[in-house]
Design a protein. Structure first.
Length: 329
């Protein structure tokens, strides 16, 4: 009997030791509005988690909560991250302009030429400036990711010109710049969260919405729209934010590892999304939506209709910032 007791005690010690090893890692909770794969983020969360785990020798791990499991409203996800309810989340920069005022530059219509231009901006001095602004408000930006160039979809008619947009009610992000832009195009903007758009389109509460192709598929809007016009009026930039107190709780070496992992995941996502746009457009067409590619004359008309907006908001963003972004084209 004594031997049996010794064996049991040894087994218990072994189990406790194993348990201690298993749970010794610090787990970061990543709340995402996006699915585990696909959407505009692809496998970003896994790439980030693997990179953090590798760089910290398994001392820090990441667990993803996907498809709005902890909240699908990205403004709320940002607030949850700031408060520490979650450790990391994705959010449109539009929703955190109070923390990152210079990010209004991303809402400006036709400010970015292409993905390479965008990458030069966010991975240079301007990106560092944006991160500093957010840091002052309690979050650390791990990555800037791109959902794509946003375009208008609707249920009323094909859009080949600005005239075709007149009087359409469109869901807008809660951004004065976006509201102003759609009004200049002759539309009637109605601010609401992305999570409410599907039902609003289905019920006819709004006639139109706008977003990038990958997001159209991720949110399932292709099932409730008829026409999609590729006007590419602005770029959809998302910030991956981490609670600042949580980030500061790590030593300098671990902080460096987390930031390096953020850049690795950022580069992955930028490469991923360019393929995802093409794939998503094919799926949108296959689902029965009419896709309209605007010609150069129509694109010029769109640009001219909204170009005064940049001058109007120049004082809020700063002429130097606008000049710096344009100098990187």
């Amino acid at each position: 009997m004594r031997n049996i007791k010794i064996v049991k005690t040894t087994m218990l010690v072994g189990i406790l030791s194993l348990s201690s090893q298993v749970y010794s890692a610090t787990e970061l909770r990543f709340a995402s509005s996006q699915p585990a794969t696909g959407g505009y983020m692809g496998e970003y969360v896994n790439v980030l988690g693997d990179a953090i785990e590798e760089r910290t020798n398994g001392e820090v791990t990441v667990r993803g909560y996907y498809s709005g499991a902890l909240g699908s409203n990205e403004r709320e996800l940002a607030e949850m991250t700031k408060s520490g309810s979650v450790d990391i989340a994705n959010t449109a920069t539009t929703y955190i302009q109070g923390w990152m005022p210079s990010s209004k530059i991303f809402d400006f219509p036709y400010m970015f030429n292409d993905v390479d231009h965008y990458k030069r901006v966010i991975q240079g001095d301007i990106g560092d400036q944006l991160k500093d602004e957010a840091r002052d408000d309690g979050v650390e930006v791990l990555s800037f990711v791109i959902a794509g160039f946003r375009s208008i979809f609707n249920n009323e008619r094909p859009v080949h010109s600005v005239e075709d947009l007149q009087s359409l009610t469109i869901r807008s992000m809660e951004s004065p710049i976006y509201v102003d832009m759609f009004e200049r195009l002759g539309m009637r903007p109605t601010p609401m969260p992305s999570s409410e758009l599907y039902t609003a389109l289905q019920l006819g509460t709004v006639d139109a919405g706008e977003n990038d192709p990958a997001s159209v598929m991720a949110w399932g809007w292709n099932d409730v729209i008829k026409h999609y016009t590729l006007d590419r009026h602005s770029i959809a930039v998302m910030a991956i934010v981490m609670n600042k107190n949580r980030f500061d709780s790590f030593d300098e070496q671990t902080q460096k590892a987390i930031l390096e992992a953020g850049r690795e995941a950022e580069n992955y996502q930028i490469d991923y999304i360019q393929t995802a746009w093409s794939d998503s457009l094919e799926q949108i067409v296959a689902s029965g939506v009419e896709v309209v590619e605007l010609d150069e004359d129509a694109m010029r008309e769109f640009r001219e209709a909204v170009s005064p907006l940049i001058d109007e908001y120049e004082s809020e963003v700063g002429a130097d910032l606008i000049k710096s972004v344009r100098s990187l084209q």
